[in-house]
Design a protein around this ligand. Sequence first.
Ligand code: PLP
Length: 436
Amino acid sequence: MAAGADTGFSTRQVHAGAATAQASPRATPIYLTAGFTFSDLDESVAHFGEGTGFGYSRTGNPTVHAVEERLASLEGGDQAVLVSSGQAAVTVALLALAGAGDHVVVSEHIYEGTRGLLLDNLARLGVETTFVETDDLDAWRAAITPRTRALFAETLSNARNDVLDVAAVAAIGAAQGIPLVVDSTFTTPYLLRPIEHGAAVVVHSASKFLAGQGAVLGGVIVDDGRFDAAASGHRFAHLVQTDRLGGASYAEKYGARARGQYIRESVAPRFGPSPSPLNAFLIGQGIETLSLRVERQSQNALAVARWLEQRPEVERVDYIGLDSHPHHGLGERYLTRGFGSVFTVTLRGGLEAARHVVQSVEVITHMTHLGDVRSLVLHPQSTSHAARTVAERERAGVFPGTIRLSIGIEDIDDLLADLEQALVRVPVLERETVVL
Ligand SMILES: Cc1ncc(COP(=O)(O)O)c(C=O)c1O
């Protein structure tokens, strides 16, 4: 950059020292910049024409790109697009598939924010949703209409810890050219790689296990790169017809990568939930210890769940790692490295018992979040599920005495001691069903 001693003060304050020193950092550098310089006109033409290199951070950034490559690799996908939150990831994935007049089939047991997105925001844009029970394969099949553009479910659900039979539901969709989109936030690519079982698109809230330390928000959409224009083109005109802006269709340009490229080039940058390069850096750092954390969290969670199941104050524990969970067999089939760290416990003493526990724990933190290195607790009935009817809450496994735990990496003895001191003073009333 030209900022010699002969240039003025104002020029030097924005240009002097700007040339980067040649160095080879081992950690991914944080490219905290809105845009990138072009060395000549040809480079700028190639960037705008063929999409080569980096021009502007909303359409691409090296720090963000490094995390995308890492996540695509860990998921066994073709490409990943990082966005600013998990909510943005779900939104972008669905907007890439469905538009006004279209329809999606969705598991009943999903994150409340996603439910609101479907019932309010996407409904207002003309996308209709049919909800089905996660394990009712006939219901998935029956709900499909000629306008269905996606099947959507969480791999492991909050609050009941239901496991999605990814292969079975993916096959139902594939038979009619409809992609299965899964939110794999609770399972992470360490526990489950849904694309290997037939899912087409995987989304995550990277704010949770991927970042892992509760400092930043982020989300990711991973595409399998297996778009089949012959089988699915009739459902996705925007991928197989001439681009609305006048160019060749995405399928012509990118073949099996058409859907992923549409997410990357059209939906994500135009709706614009771009991740900050700083957040991307922290997510990338977090992912470097993902396997260690999730392995330890799964071990701790299983130990806590087994311990809680034996306690007289406890009515039920909905943890997929326990033999008592109705989906345990399915869980063992899909989750061979551990059962994750988030589950619910219902106390016999109802709301007062739950209030006592969330207010008495000292090692475990009372807050709304999950997948953190620290153990966390929340009372869903009065918080995340407060707007639902009693019948809906019960179907979701949320009762007045239910608390949700997200188990961290602390020493297991300290977690059990903390729960013990909270439980011994819990008011043990009649059974939960009586105090409702
Ligand atoms: C399963 C699941 N998906 C998506 C989200 C939304 O993610 P974010 O909070 O990063 O927007 C959450 C948040 O709790 C979640 O639990």
